[in-house]
Design a protein around this ligand. Structure first.
Ligand SMILES: [Zn+2]
Length: 182
């Protein structure tokens, strides 16, 4: 395998490590076409060497299949601002609709604005939708916010900034009549 494994930060001199440092893999991912230098990809945080090896194997598999995507460090807020004009121009959207989208984007910002796109998991996205319900936003308002969120993530996926769409399995908890009676 074109890679190696070590415990990042481990200073245990003895054979057995007691500091609890996590395993890291380093894999050659090819040559940088611009600089001509060897490019490496490393990732740490694995509990065992086996776990790190499995992750490295799957990375190498993706490289061989040509499906490997280097996820971007772009933050949600900056991508959303980039997305809006793309969305507006591609579909010749009415000004009123753009205003609505901008408003819906603003509702997502407190949750995701400062996060990197790649760090927004399906759970984080779902938690935000649930929180919006707890804050009293109506079904239709949350439907709109979710629609905008989905469009932003789908565009990021299409542009290969992220590997998976975290909004894919998101759902809206509907306000039941019962909720008002309690
Ligand atoms: Zn150690």
């Amino acid at each position: 395998m074109k890679g190696h494994f070590y415990k990042r930060g481990c200073k245990c001199k003895k054979k057995s490590c007691t500091c609890g440092a996590k395993w890291t893999y380093v894999v050659d991912i090819g040559i940088d076409l611009v600089s001509g230098k060897r490019k490496q990809k490393s990732k740490s945080g694995f509990k065992s060497k086996k776990e790190a090896e499995a992750a490295a194997v799957s990375l190498i598999h993706e490289l061989e299949q040509g499906t490997y995507i280097e996820e971007s460090d772009q933050r949600f807020s900056s991508f959303a601002e980039q997305w809006l004009p793309i969305y507006s121009e591609a579909k010749d959207v009415k000004l009123g609709t753009i205003r609505v989208r901008l408003h819906e984007m603003d509702k997502l910002m407190p949750y995701f604005g400062q996060l990197k796109l790649k760090d927004i998991t399906g759970k984080r996205y779902q938690d935000a939708l649930n929180d919006l319900k707890d804050r009293g936003y109506s079904d239709s308002t949350r439907e709109g916010i979710n629609r905008t969120g989905k469009m932003i993530f789908r565009k990021a996926l299409e542009m290969e900034l992220i590997k998976k769409d975290s909004t894919e399995f998101a759902y809206l908890k509907k306000i039941r009549k019962l909720d008002f009676c309690q």
